[in-house]
Design a protein around this ligand. Structure first.
Ligand SMILES: [Zn+2]
Length: 279
């Protein structure tokens, strides 16, 4: 058979990325699409099988970009990622040039107005998704132990308020991450973190010292004024749908999954509206 080169699906079909991936969807209000990818639906072989979204974990960058493209296709907008450095820096995705790029820069939280899709990469650390659905504002944050110590989610909330969000209208979801029964740490580390954020104090099922980072993050969101905080209660180490550095990544590399969020309202609910109101 013959095909016209460069036209239609036929020319690209053999190497095209999957056009749709499974998402564990969560509710952050009207107009907001939010959820978490799983290991399923991608192109990467073991040990990254299969929807690895992390650049810099040893996987082929071409495959990672194809996997990211499939997530973007699922959301209908290019998902923008950051280079996560266990800090508390926040970037505004609106300020970035349009189109696909590997990273918006070094940060551990992203915020944006309507029409911008954001992604945070994890494999045991805590992914947080945020939205003020009325004003069409969204955010995401990456909180590992260091991020909890630095209150990165508080910084993300402040950045959203800076964009026009109302603190008491914000909603948050604390996504899949290693739980307090699995995240064993040295005693002095538990003592240090729990001195700052008491809700992180935990012990493993064997009674050894541990940290409950998702509980700490939820407490920090409430302290920042977010009234509606939902915790999925899914442990990445125990639930093999998700990548887990502690389970799989100690001797071989492992992949990264993503929390993604997008507000898909019209211009009515975007920045212009927020700017038009006082208070
Ligand atoms: Zn667990």
């Amino acid at each position: 058979m013959t095909r016209s080169p460069g036209t239609g699906e036929g020319a690209r079909g053999a190497t095209a990325a999957p056009s749709h991936v499974p998402l564990v969807e969560v509710d952050l209000g009207p107009g907001v699409r939010a959820g978490f990818t799983t290991r399923a639906g991608g192109t990467s072989p073991a040990p990254w099988a299969s929807l690895d979204l992390g650049l810099g974990v040893g996987d082929d960058p071409g495959r990672v970009r194809a996997n990211r493209a499939a997530v973007s296709a699922t959301l209908g907008e290019p998902v923008r990622f950051m280079t996560q450095v266990h800090g508390r820096g926040v970037l505004v995705a609106d300020d970035a040039p349009p189109g696909v790029c590997d990273t918006l820069g070094e940060a551990d939280a992203l915020v944006a107005t309507s029409g911008h899709a954001l992604g945070v990469l994890v494999a045991d650390c805590v992914p947080v998704l945020l939205a003020d659905p009325e004003r069409g504002l969204v955010g995401c944050a990456h909180a590992g132990r260091r991020g909890v110590e630095l209150d990165v989610v508080g910084a993300a909330v402040d950045a959203l308020v800076g964009l026009g969000a109302r603190r008491d209208a914000l909603r948050a979801v604390v996504g899949p991450s290693v739980c307090g029964s699995c995240y064993e740490v040295p005693e002095d580390m538990r003592a240090g973190v729990a001195a700052q954020v008491p809700q992180t104090w935990a012990q493993t099922r064997a009674g050894t010292p541990a940290l409950d980072l998702p509980a700490g993050v939820a407490a920090q969101l409430l302290a920042a004024g977010v009234r509606r905080v939902e915790a999925l209660g899914v442990c990445t180490l125990e639930d093999e749908r998700f990548f887990s550095h502690r389970r799989d990544g100690r001797e071989t590399p492992t992949g990264r999954f993503a929390g993604v969020v997008l507000h898909r309202g019209g211009a009515r609910t975007a920045r212009g509206d927020a700017d038009g109101r006082v208070g």
